[in-house]
Design a protein around this ligand. Sequence first.
Ligand code: 9MR
Length: 372
Amino acid sequence: MKKIIALAGILALTVSCKTAQSSSGNSLKDAYKNKFYIGTAMDLPQIHGTDVKSDDIIRKHFSSVVAENCMKSMFIQPEEGKFFFDDADKFVAFGEKNKMFIIGHTLVWHSQLPKWFFIGKDGKEVSEEVLKQRMKSHISALVGRYKGRVKGYDVVNEAIMEDGSYRKSKFYEILGEEFIPLAFQFAQEADPNAELYYNDYNEWYPEKVKTVVKIVKNLKSRGIRIDGVGMQTHVGLDTPALQEYEKAITDYAAAGVKVNITEMEISPLPSPWGTSANVADKVAYDAKMNPYTKGLPQNVQTEWENRYLDFFNLFLKHQDKIRRVTLWGVTDNQSWKNDFPVKGRTDYPLLFDRNYQAKPVVDKIIDLTKSK
Ligand code: 9MR
Protein backbone atom coordinates (compact mmCIF):
# COMPACT_ATOMS: atom_id res chain seq x y z
CA MET A 1 0.00 0.00 0.00
CA LYS A 2 2.80 2.39 1.02
CA LYS A 3 4.51 1.66 -2.32
CA ILE A 4 1.37 2.52 -4.26
CA ILE A 5 1.01 5.81 -2.40
CA ALA A 6 4.67 6.64 -3.02
CA LEU A 7 4.32 5.78 -6.72
CA ALA A 8 1.19 7.90 -7.02
CA GLY A 9 3.09 10.73 -5.34
CA ILE A 10 5.98 10.47 -7.80
CA LEU A 11 3.53 10.33 -10.70
CA ALA A 12 1.64 13.41 -9.45
CA LEU A 13 4.93 15.27 -9.03
CA THR A 14 6.07 14.31 -12.53
CA VAL A 15 2.77 15.45 -14.06
CA SER A 16 2.81 18.71 -12.12
CA CYS A 17 6.47 19.45 -13.03
CA LYS A 18 5.76 18.63 -16.67
CA THR A 19 2.94 21.15 -16.71
CA ALA A 20 5.30 23.89 -15.65
CA GLN A 21 7.93 23.10 -18.23
CA SER A 22 8.63 24.66 -21.55
CA SER A 23 9.19 22.01 -24.21
CA SER A 24 12.97 22.28 -23.75
CA GLY A 25 12.59 22.03 -19.97
CA ASN A 26 14.54 25.28 -19.51
CA SER A 27 13.25 28.06 -17.34
CA LEU A 28 12.91 31.76 -17.95
CA LYS A 29 14.44 32.70 -14.62
CA ASP A 30 17.56 30.59 -15.20
CA ALA A 31 18.05 31.95 -18.69
CA TYR A 32 17.68 35.57 -17.51
CA LYS A 33 19.58 35.15 -14.24
CA ASN A 34 22.41 37.47 -15.20
CA LYS A 35 20.19 39.90 -17.12
CA PHE A 36 17.25 41.02 -14.98
CA TYR A 37 14.53 39.53 -12.78
CA ILE A 38 11.65 37.86 -14.58
CA GLY A 39 8.49 38.34 -12.59
CA THR A 40 4.79 37.62 -12.51
CA ALA A 41 1.78 38.99 -10.71
CA MET A 42 0.07 36.69 -8.21
CA ASP A 43 -3.62 36.91 -7.40
CA LEU A 44 -5.53 35.12 -4.64
CA PRO A 45 -5.79 31.61 -6.17
CA GLN A 46 -2.00 31.48 -6.53
CA ILE A 47 -1.37 33.13 -3.17
CA HIS A 48 -3.67 30.69 -1.38
CA GLY A 49 -2.24 27.71 -3.25
CA THR A 50 -5.59 26.72 -4.77
CA ASP A 51 -4.20 27.18 -8.28
CA VAL A 52 -1.48 24.57 -7.86
CA LYS A 53 -0.55 24.39 -11.53
CA SER A 54 0.09 28.13 -11.73
CA ASP A 55 2.17 27.93 -8.56
CA ASP A 56 4.33 25.26 -10.18
CA ILE A 57 4.88 27.54 -13.15
CA ILE A 58 5.71 30.49 -10.89
CA ARG A 59 8.26 28.48 -8.92
CA LYS A 60 9.88 27.16 -12.06
CA HIS A 61 9.98 30.22 -14.29
CA PHE A 62 9.89 33.40 -12.21
CA SER A 63 12.43 35.06 -9.93
CA SER A 64 10.17 37.92 -8.80
CA VAL A 65 6.54 38.25 -7.74
CA VAL A 66 4.20 41.21 -7.33
CA ALA A 67 0.80 41.32 -5.63
CA GLU A 68 -1.83 41.80 -8.35
CA ASN A 69 -4.49 43.05 -5.93
CA CYS A 70 -4.05 42.12 -2.28
CA MET A 71 -1.78 45.02 -1.29
CA LYS A 72 -4.04 47.73 -2.70
CA SER A 73 -5.39 50.13 -0.13
CA MET A 74 -9.03 48.99 -0.26
CA PHE A 75 -7.92 45.52 0.82
CA ILE A 76 -5.12 46.48 3.22
CA GLN A 77 -7.07 49.15 5.10
CA PRO A 78 -10.79 48.80 4.29
CA GLU A 79 -11.68 50.99 7.29
CA GLU A 80 -9.51 53.61 8.88
CA GLY A 81 -7.13 51.91 11.31
CA LYS A 82 -8.49 48.41 10.52
CA PHE A 83 -5.84 46.57 8.59
CA PHE A 84 -6.16 43.26 6.78
CA PHE A 85 -2.82 41.65 6.08
CA ASP A 86 -3.69 37.94 5.79
CA ASP A 87 -3.44 37.71 2.00
CA ALA A 88 -0.40 39.98 1.79
CA ASP A 89 1.32 37.91 4.52
CA LYS A 90 0.77 34.73 2.50
CA PHE A 91 1.99 36.43 -0.67
CA VAL A 92 5.20 37.57 1.01
CA ALA A 93 5.71 34.13 2.59
CA PHE A 94 5.42 32.49 -0.86
CA GLY A 95 8.01 34.87 -2.30
CA GLU A 96 10.41 34.34 0.59
CA LYS A 97 10.05 30.57 0.57
CA ASN A 98 10.97 30.56 -3.11
CA LYS A 99 13.75 33.15 -2.76
CA MET A 100 12.06 35.66 -5.01
CA PHE A 101 12.46 39.42 -5.39
CA ILE A 102 9.18 40.56 -3.85
CA ILE A 103 7.37 43.68 -5.06
CA GLY A 104 4.59 45.56 -3.27
CA HIS A 105 1.89 47.13 -5.43
CA THR A 106 0.77 49.83 -4.73
CA LEU A 107 0.89 52.48 -1.99
CA VAL A 108 -0.82 55.53 -3.49
CA TRP A 109 -3.32 55.07 -6.33
CA HIS A 110 -6.59 56.81 -7.15
CA SER A 111 -8.26 53.44 -7.85
CA GLN A 112 -9.11 50.48 -5.60
CA LEU A 113 -9.04 52.96 -2.76
CA PRO A 114 -11.40 52.77 0.24
CA LYS A 115 -14.04 55.51 0.36
CA TRP A 116 -13.09 56.73 3.85
CA PHE A 117 -9.67 57.91 2.70
CA PHE A 118 -10.78 61.41 1.69
CA ILE A 119 -13.71 61.87 4.07
CA GLY A 120 -13.21 63.43 7.49
CA LYS A 121 -15.02 62.63 10.74
CA ASP A 122 -17.40 65.51 9.96
CA GLY A 123 -18.40 63.90 6.64
CA LYS A 124 -16.59 66.60 4.66
CA GLU A 125 -13.53 66.33 2.49
CA VAL A 126 -10.35 66.04 4.56
CA SER A 127 -7.84 68.86 4.95
CA GLU A 128 -4.31 68.70 3.56
CA GLU A 129 -2.97 67.84 7.01
CA VAL A 130 -5.38 64.97 7.57
CA LEU A 131 -4.71 63.50 4.13
CA LYS A 132 -0.95 63.67 4.71
CA GLN A 133 -1.44 61.92 8.02
CA ARG A 134 -3.57 59.21 6.43
CA MET A 135 -1.07 58.64 3.64
CA LYS A 136 1.72 58.41 6.18
CA SER A 137 -0.02 55.96 8.46
CA HIS A 138 -1.15 53.77 5.55
CA ILE A 139 2.34 53.68 4.03
CA SER A 140 4.11 53.18 7.37
CA ALA A 141 1.83 50.31 8.34
CA LEU A 142 2.24 48.42 5.08
CA VAL A 143 5.89 49.13 4.30
CA GLY A 144 6.87 48.83 7.97
CA ARG A 145 5.26 45.40 8.29
CA TYR A 146 7.35 43.95 5.46
CA LYS A 147 10.53 45.90 6.15
CA GLY A 148 13.52 44.12 4.65
CA ARG A 149 11.28 41.46 3.09
CA VAL A 150 9.44 43.28 0.30
CA LYS A 151 12.30 44.57 -1.82
CA GLY A 152 10.56 47.22 -3.90
CA TYR A 153 7.32 49.22 -4.01
CA ASP A 154 5.24 50.90 -6.67
CA VAL A 155 4.94 53.93 -4.42
CA VAL A 156 2.72 56.02 -6.67
CA ASN A 157 0.67 54.54 -9.47
CA GLU A 158 -0.86 56.22 -12.52
CA ALA A 159 -0.69 59.88 -11.51
CA ILE A 160 0.16 61.39 -14.91
CA MET A 161 -1.99 61.66 -18.03
CA GLU A 162 -0.86 61.02 -21.61
CA ASP A 163 -0.54 64.77 -22.29
CA GLY A 164 1.87 65.11 -19.38
CA SER A 165 -0.59 66.80 -17.02
CA TYR A 166 -1.33 65.52 -13.54
CA ARG A 167 -4.38 63.28 -13.15
CA LYS A 168 -7.03 65.22 -11.26
CA SER A 169 -7.30 62.64 -8.51
CA LYS A 170 -8.33 63.53 -4.97
CA PHE A 171 -4.69 63.21 -3.93
CA TYR A 172 -3.83 65.89 -6.47
CA GLU A 173 -6.84 68.08 -5.74
CA ILE A 174 -6.09 68.18 -2.03
CA LEU A 175 -2.30 68.15 -1.94
CA GLY A 176 -1.27 69.26 -5.41
CA GLU A 177 1.89 67.86 -6.99
CA GLU A 178 3.43 67.45 -3.53
CA PHE A 179 1.50 64.25 -2.90
CA ILE A 180 4.12 62.38 -4.93
CA PRO A 181 7.26 63.51 -3.02
CA LEU A 182 5.34 62.98 0.22
CA ALA A 183 4.49 59.39 -0.67
CA PHE A 184 8.13 58.63 -1.53
CA GLN A 185 9.34 60.28 1.64
CA PHE A 186 6.94 58.27 3.82
CA ALA A 187 7.94 55.03 2.07
CA GLN A 188 11.63 55.79 2.48
CA GLU A 189 11.14 56.46 6.19
CA ALA A 190 9.25 53.19 6.66
CA ASP A 191 11.94 51.07 4.96
CA PRO A 192 15.11 52.90 3.99
CA ASN A 193 16.39 49.90 2.04
CA ALA A 194 13.35 49.14 -0.11
CA GLU A 195 13.54 50.23 -3.74
CA LEU A 196 10.95 52.86 -4.59
CA TYR A 197 9.28 53.24 -7.97
CA TYR A 198 6.88 55.46 -9.87
CA ASN A 199 4.62 53.18 -11.98
CA ASP A 200 2.27 54.06 -14.86
CA TYR A 201 0.73 52.87 -18.14
CA ASN A 202 1.31 54.40 -21.58
CA GLU A 203 4.52 55.73 -20.14
CA TRP A 204 6.05 56.13 -23.59
CA TYR A 205 3.84 59.04 -24.64
CA PRO A 206 6.43 61.80 -25.12
CA GLU A 207 4.68 64.38 -22.92
CA LYS A 208 4.11 61.83 -20.22
CA VAL A 209 7.79 60.82 -20.35
CA LYS A 210 8.78 64.45 -19.87
CA THR A 211 6.65 64.88 -16.75
CA VAL A 212 7.82 61.60 -15.23
CA VAL A 213 11.45 62.56 -15.88
CA LYS A 214 10.75 65.90 -14.20
CA ILE A 215 9.31 64.11 -11.17
CA VAL A 216 12.38 61.86 -10.97
CA LYS A 217 14.74 64.83 -11.13
CA ASN A 218 12.72 66.81 -8.64
CA LEU A 219 12.78 63.99 -6.10
CA LYS A 220 16.49 63.42 -6.56
CA SER A 221 17.34 67.10 -6.25
CA ARG A 222 15.51 67.18 -2.93
CA GLY A 223 17.29 64.10 -1.61
CA ILE A 224 14.16 61.95 -1.75
CA ARG A 225 14.95 58.50 -3.06
CA ILE A 226 13.45 57.11 -6.24
CA ASP A 227 15.10 54.01 -7.66
CA GLY A 228 13.06 53.21 -10.69
CA VAL A 229 10.27 53.92 -13.09
CA GLY A 230 7.81 51.11 -13.71
CA MET A 231 6.63 50.99 -17.30
CA GLN A 232 3.36 49.07 -17.28
CA THR A 233 3.38 47.25 -20.58
CA HIS A 234 -0.25 46.43 -21.38
CA VAL A 235 0.30 46.46 -25.12
CA GLY A 236 -1.19 45.21 -28.37
CA LEU A 237 0.19 44.01 -31.68
CA ASP A 238 0.50 47.46 -33.24
CA THR A 239 0.83 49.98 -30.46
CA PRO A 240 3.08 51.31 -29.13
CA ALA A 241 5.75 51.70 -31.79
CA LEU A 242 8.92 50.05 -30.53
CA GLN A 243 11.06 53.15 -31.20
CA GLU A 244 8.82 55.30 -29.04
CA TYR A 245 8.90 52.70 -26.27
CA GLU A 246 12.70 52.43 -26.53
CA LYS A 247 13.10 56.20 -26.31
CA ALA A 248 11.20 56.14 -23.02
CA ILE A 249 13.56 53.48 -21.62
CA THR A 250 16.63 55.53 -22.52
CA ASP A 251 15.10 58.79 -21.25
CA TYR A 252 14.29 57.28 -17.85
CA ALA A 253 17.73 55.71 -17.58
CA ALA A 254 19.31 59.05 -18.49
CA ALA A 255 17.41 60.62 -15.58
CA GLY A 256 19.32 58.28 -13.27
CA VAL A 257 16.80 55.55 -12.45
CA LYS A 258 16.40 51.90 -13.37
CA VAL A 259 13.55 50.85 -15.61
CA ASN A 260 11.16 48.12 -14.49
CA ILE A 261 9.00 46.61 -17.17
CA THR A 262 5.87 45.99 -15.14
CA GLU A 263 2.45 44.53 -15.87
CA MET A 264 3.44 43.13 -19.25
CA GLU A 265 1.10 41.26 -21.55
CA ILE A 266 0.47 41.47 -25.29
CA SER A 267 -3.12 41.15 -26.41
CA PRO A 268 -3.66 39.90 -29.96
CA LEU A 269 -7.31 41.03 -29.86
CA PRO A 270 -8.61 44.15 -31.59
CA SER A 271 -8.68 47.17 -29.31
CA PRO A 272 -11.20 49.98 -29.52
CA TRP A 273 -8.57 52.58 -28.57
CA GLY A 274 -5.01 51.40 -28.20
CA THR A 275 -3.32 50.70 -24.91
CA SER A 276 -5.12 52.43 -22.06
CA ALA A 277 -5.08 50.45 -18.82
CA ASN A 278 -7.48 52.80 -17.12
CA VAL A 279 -10.01 50.43 -15.61
CA ALA A 280 -12.78 53.00 -15.98
CA ASP A 281 -12.49 52.86 -19.80
CA LYS A 282 -14.68 49.88 -20.67
CA VAL A 283 -16.83 49.29 -23.73
CA ALA A 284 -19.85 47.02 -24.27
CA TYR A 285 -19.45 43.47 -25.56
CA ASP A 286 -19.60 43.07 -29.31
CA ALA A 287 -18.94 39.69 -30.98
CA LYS A 288 -16.84 41.39 -33.67
CA MET A 289 -14.42 42.39 -30.93
CA ASN A 290 -14.07 38.76 -29.79
CA PRO A 291 -12.90 36.99 -32.95
CA TYR A 292 -10.82 34.08 -31.60
CA THR A 293 -13.01 32.18 -29.14
CA LYS A 294 -11.75 28.83 -30.50
CA GLY A 295 -8.05 29.64 -30.56
CA LEU A 296 -5.68 31.96 -32.41
CA PRO A 297 -5.26 31.51 -36.18
CA GLN A 298 -1.67 30.64 -37.11
CA ASN A 299 -0.91 34.03 -38.72
CA VAL A 300 -2.06 35.94 -35.63
CA GLN A 301 -0.16 33.52 -33.42
CA THR A 302 3.03 34.20 -35.38
CA GLU A 303 2.51 37.95 -35.29
CA TRP A 304 1.94 37.78 -31.52
CA GLU A 305 5.08 35.68 -30.98
CA ASN A 306 7.21 38.06 -33.03
CA ARG A 307 5.92 40.98 -31.05
CA TYR A 308 6.99 39.31 -27.76
CA LEU A 309 10.40 38.55 -29.28
CA ASP A 310 10.79 42.16 -30.46
CA PHE A 311 10.12 43.38 -26.93
CA PHE A 312 12.48 40.89 -25.31
CA ASN A 313 15.19 41.72 -27.85
CA LEU A 314 14.78 45.34 -26.83
CA PHE A 315 14.96 44.45 -23.12
CA LEU A 316 18.15 42.51 -23.73
CA LYS A 317 19.62 45.37 -25.72
CA HIS A 318 19.00 47.61 -22.68
CA GLN A 319 19.72 45.04 -19.99
CA ASP A 320 22.09 47.48 -18.25
CA LYS A 321 19.09 49.80 -17.65
CA ILE A 322 16.46 47.21 -16.80
CA ARG A 323 15.99 45.78 -13.32
CA ARG A 324 12.98 43.55 -13.89
CA VAL A 325 10.48 42.38 -16.49
CA THR A 326 7.19 41.36 -14.90
CA LEU A 327 4.29 39.65 -16.67
CA TRP A 328 0.81 40.59 -15.45
CA GLY A 329 -0.27 37.05 -14.60
CA VAL A 330 0.66 33.49 -15.48
CA THR A 331 -1.97 31.89 -17.73
CA ASP A 332 -4.39 33.30 -20.29
CA ASN A 333 -7.50 32.22 -18.40
CA GLN A 334 -6.65 34.29 -15.32
CA SER A 335 -5.71 37.47 -17.20
CA TRP A 336 -7.64 40.67 -16.46
CA LYS A 337 -7.56 41.22 -20.25
CA ASN A 338 -10.42 38.75 -20.77
CA ASP A 339 -12.60 41.50 -19.32
CA PHE A 340 -10.81 44.60 -20.52
CA PRO A 341 -11.47 46.80 -22.40
CA VAL A 342 -14.40 44.63 -23.46
CA LYS A 343 -15.99 42.28 -20.93
CA GLY A 344 -16.24 38.53 -21.61
CA ARG A 345 -13.71 38.06 -24.40
CA THR A 346 -11.26 35.19 -24.93
CA ASP A 347 -7.83 36.75 -24.86
CA TYR A 348 -4.36 35.21 -25.29
CA PRO A 349 -1.95 37.76 -23.83
CA LEU A 350 0.32 35.73 -21.52
CA LEU A 351 3.12 33.18 -21.86
CA PHE A 352 1.20 30.13 -20.58
CA ASP A 353 -2.01 28.82 -22.13
CA ARG A 354 -5.34 27.75 -20.66
CA ASN A 355 -3.99 24.22 -20.14
CA TYR A 356 -1.05 25.55 -18.12
CA GLN A 357 1.35 24.74 -20.94
CA ALA A 358 4.24 27.02 -21.81
CA LYS A 359 3.56 28.49 -25.25
CA PRO A 360 6.30 27.89 -27.86
CA VAL A 361 7.34 31.54 -27.44
CA VAL A 362 8.75 30.72 -23.97
CA ASP A 363 11.60 28.66 -25.43
CA LYS A 364 12.20 31.35 -28.03
CA ILE A 365 12.43 34.02 -25.34
CA ILE A 366 14.87 31.77 -23.49
CA ASP A 367 16.92 31.24 -26.66
CA LEU A 368 17.36 34.98 -27.16
CA THR A 369 19.69 35.08 -24.16
CA LYS A 370 22.21 32.82 -25.90
CA SER A 371 23.38 35.57 -28.22
CA LYS A 372 22.96 38.60 -25.96
O1 9MR B 1 -5.16 42.97 -12.71
C1 9MR B 1 -5.90 43.73 -11.78
C2 9MR B 1 -7.36 43.27 -11.80
O2 9MR B 1 -7.45 41.97 -11.25
C3 9MR B 1 -8.21 44.24 -11.00
O3 9MR B 1 -9.57 43.88 -11.15
C4 9MR B 1 -7.98 45.65 -11.50
C5 9MR B 1 -8.81 46.63 -10.72
O4 9MR B 1 -8.45 47.92 -10.94
O5 9MR B 1 -6.61 45.98 -11.37
C6 9MR B 1 -5.81 45.19 -12.19
O6 9MR B 1 -4.46 45.62 -12.12
C7 9MR B 1 -4.18 46.95 -12.54
C8 9MR B 1 -2.96 47.39 -11.78
O7 9MR B 1 -3.17 47.27 -10.42
C9 9MR B 1 -2.57 48.82 -12.14
N1 9MR B 1 -2.43 48.98 -13.55
C10 9MR B 1 -3.53 48.52 -14.38
C11 9MR B 1 -3.85 47.08 -14.02
C12 9MR B 1 -4.96 46.57 -14.92
O8 9MR B 1 -6.14 47.27 -14.63
